[in-house]
Design a protein around this ligand. Structure first.
Ligand SMILES: Cc1cc2nc3c(=O)[nH]c(=O)nc-3n(C[C@H](O)[C@H](O)[C@H](O)COP(=O)(O)OP(=O)(O)OC[C@H]3O[C@@H](n4cnc5c(N)ncnc54)[C@H](O)[C@@H]3O)c2cc1C
Length: 210
């Protein structure tokens, strides 16, 4: 997994705050829903001279053995670099990584809370639950609901979907998974009570400069 792998960008879809990349890996990916790749940019890493910047991006959708989507919030240097990569570009990455954050083997109802780009791993997990015939609830806290077609598809498949800028999910009989902005997950999980292995923190917001 630590060997550097390659994938070709098939389609790049810009959005106001989120960017979607559809790509095909050269070799079978072997990724489970919830896993991520460590993607290499061409940008030099100011903290590690001689190295390039690398970022963790979750496999937001897994299709067949080699195709995947990334869903990335454009917030800083690496994500702006990714947003500039068009069809035909070769991406370099290691992985899949992450064996802690994964679906259980149960068949009971599953529920997901995504803050912003946290929809990436959770969307792949929603797809996997649907394929297994599990009842699914999805709460996606976002001010800009991209991927409307995907949301419509989930609703048509029977997923109970709530999308909005500020959601307040309450505990249910379902098993909950959460992903995205760390502090926001902590606030929501104070109510939901999911164990640490079902919470994937992407980042902690930096305080803005005075
Ligand atoms: C396991 C794991 C999986 C991840 N999967 C994804 C993913 O699928 N999609 C994704 O967009 N990010 C994901 N992230 C976050 C991602 O690795 C980077 O933090 C992000 O891409 C920012 O990189 P940057 O160099 O552009 O900006 P940076 O300079 O690294 O960050 C700038 C600032 O932006 C904020 N920030 C960082 N990430 C985000 C974000 N996702 N949404 C909003 N604000 C953010 C933080 O306040 C940060 O200080 C994941 C992180 C982890 C640990």
């Amino acid at each position: 997994m630590s060997e550097v792998r390659t994938a070709t960008v098939l389609e790049a879809t810009p959005g106001e705050r989120f960017h979607t990349v559809y790509a095909e890996a050269e070799l079978p990916l072997g990724a489970l829903p919830g896993q991520w790749g460590a993607f290499h940019t061409d940008l030099s890493n100011p903290l590690r001279p001689g190295q390039t910047l690398r970022r963790a991006w979750s496999f937001a959708e897994l299709e067949g053995e080699r195709r995947f989507r990334l869903f990335v919030a454009t917030v800083g240097p690496s994500t702006r670099w990714l947003a500039a990569q068009g069809a035909g570009v070769t991406l370099r990455f290691t992985g899949p990584w992450g064996s802690r954050f994964k679906l259980d083997d149960g068949q009971g109802p599953a529920a997901f809370f995504a803050a912003g780009s946290g929809i990436s791993p959770l969307g792949a997990m929603v797809d996997a639950c649907l394929a297994r015939g599990r009842q699914v609830r999805l709460c996606w806290e976002t001010a800009e609901p991209s991927m409307q077609a995907r949301i419509d598809g989930w609703r048509a498949a029977g997923v109970e979907v709530d999308v909005g800028p500020r959601l307040a999910p309450t505990p249910t009989a379902a098993t909950w998974w959460l992903a995205g902005d760390g502090p926001r997950l902590d606030e929501v999980n104070d109510v939901l009570g999911a164990p640490p292995e079902r919470v994937e923190r992407f980042y902690t917001p930096q305080p803005s400069a005075p």
